[in-house]
Ligand binder design. Structure first.
Ligand code: PLP
Length: 398
């Protein structure tokens, strides 16, 4: 099939909620994707932070193929070995006590909100409230949208759960102005992703932890984007030494298969038998993926690599910022970085880069986001900078 035909056939049938780029991908290998015409693209988006191991990892692919032939699904009425292994390893990697596997990030957020709501009810918090952050992103289901700090995502779907207060990220005084004894939970991303790559300050995370403890509110860290090695730490909060009561994961957790998780400590483990469920969640196929991903992370020192090459990426993007006056800010941690533009539009840079064979992602605050597979090498980063520089120059010249 030709690209144009693929686009038409797709657009004729799909609900039109996306503006897709006019590219149809065929296959991937390592750090590269290939479209239907065989054109190669260096991938610094990894399917929005999902493909941490890049494309075509032999160990991952063969584990999944073997599991497909063995058993894909049994429901949550039964036990299986991949679940036992995935659960044990994720508990160990996160330092949390309990895990529930979901099919997506938004569902992990929903699970966290249910834990928090039941916590508030158990504690007789009257007309309880939840505190979230401006510029945050937590997903597109109605609960997740209710705590997402972008009005345009919420208003078309009003009324949502409306007892949500939005504080300013990294401004502790705005959290303390909203929090009280009736607060069920505070939810935040230790590094905001969709909002434009804003890492929390240590002072802010420590302060929010303290405010939650003083008000008996749960602290939820949404690490769906910034977790799983992305920042050079297995989970971003480990860089700060501040622990949440509930931790959310998805995206790179399964490196391509749809799986997410909410994890909690014993205090936040408020849901009991009958309170929650899912049909697909934690089936043998996705659990094999999680189990294998965690093994590969361990054996191939993926997190250490992300830390080391994240420092190199930092140096190279700083050089880009110094070279081009239209780059006004550079933020991030590990292999999760962003360049904010001034005077040129980030989306124009993303489009020009794509035309030149480089995938990046636009984010809020006129930011171009870099989320490469965690296997990105120094050579890949050098090549990215060559293609990015050409893209910036072409946009500036317009
Ligand atoms: C992507 C994302 C979500 C939503 O995950 P889905 O799998 O798309 O539902 C939630 N929170 C954060 C921080 C994300 O980046």
């Amino acid at each position: 099939m030709k690209t144009e035909a693929v686009i038409k056939q797709t657009e004729d049938a799909l609900l039109q909620v996306y503006s897709r780029f006019p590219v149809a991908f065929d296959h991937g290998e390592g750090m590269y994707l290939y479209d239907l015409d065989g054109k190669e693209y260096l991938d610094f988006g990894s399917g929005i932070g999902v493909m941490a191991l890049g494309y075509g990892n032999k160990k991952y692919n063969s584990a999944l193929k073997a599991q497909v032939d063995k058993l894909i699904h049994v429901s949550n009425l039964f036990y299986h070995v991949p679940l036992a292994n995935a659960a044990q390893k994720l508990i160990k990697a996160s330092g949390m006590d309990r895990v529930f596997f979901t099919n997506s990030g938004a569902e992990a957020v929903e699970g966290a909100l249910k834990l928090a709501k039941k916590y508030a009810n158990n504690k007789n918090k009257k007309n309880y409230n939840i505190i979230a952050m401006e510029d945050s992103f937590h997903g597109r289901t109605t609960g997740a949208v209710a705590v997402t700090g972008h009005e345009e995502y919420r208003t078309p779907f009003a009324p949502l759960f409306d007892n949500v207060g939005f504080a300013k990220f990294n401004d502790l005084s705005t959290v303390s102005a909203l929090i009280d004894k009736n607060t069920a939970a505070v939810i935040l991303e230790p590094v905001q992703g969709e909002g434009g790559i804003f890492p929390a300050t240590a002072e802010f995370l420590e302060g929010v932890r303290k405010l939650c403890d003083e008000n008996d509110a749960l602290l939820i860290f949404d690490e769906i984007q910034c977790g799983m090695g992305r920042t050079g730490y297995m989970f971003a909060h480990q860089a700060y030494g501040v622990k949440p009561d509930i931790l959310l994961s998805a995206k790179a957790l399964g490196c391509g298969v749809p799986v997410g998780a909410f994890l909690c400590n014993e205090k936040a483990a408020t849901m009991t038998r009958g309170d929650h469920g899912t049909t697909y969640g934690c089936n043998p196929l996705v659990c094999t993926a999680v189990d294998t991903v965690l093994d590969i992370f361990d054996q191939e020192k993926i997190v250490e690599g992300a830390k080391k090459n994240g420092e190199y990426l930092w140096k190279k993007l700083d050089e880009v910022k110094a070279k081009y006056a239209c780059v006004c800010d550079h933020r991030g941690m590990g292999l999760m970085q962003g360049l904010q533009f001034d005077g040129v539009s980030a989306i124009d840079v993303v489009k020009a880069a794509l035309a030149g064979g480089l995938i990046t992602i636009a984010a809020a605050n006129n930011t171009v986001r870099f989320l490469p597979p965690l296997i990105a090498s120094k050579e890949d980063i050098d090549e990215m900078v060559v293609r990015l520089s050409k893209a910036i120059e072409s946009v500036v010249a317009k």
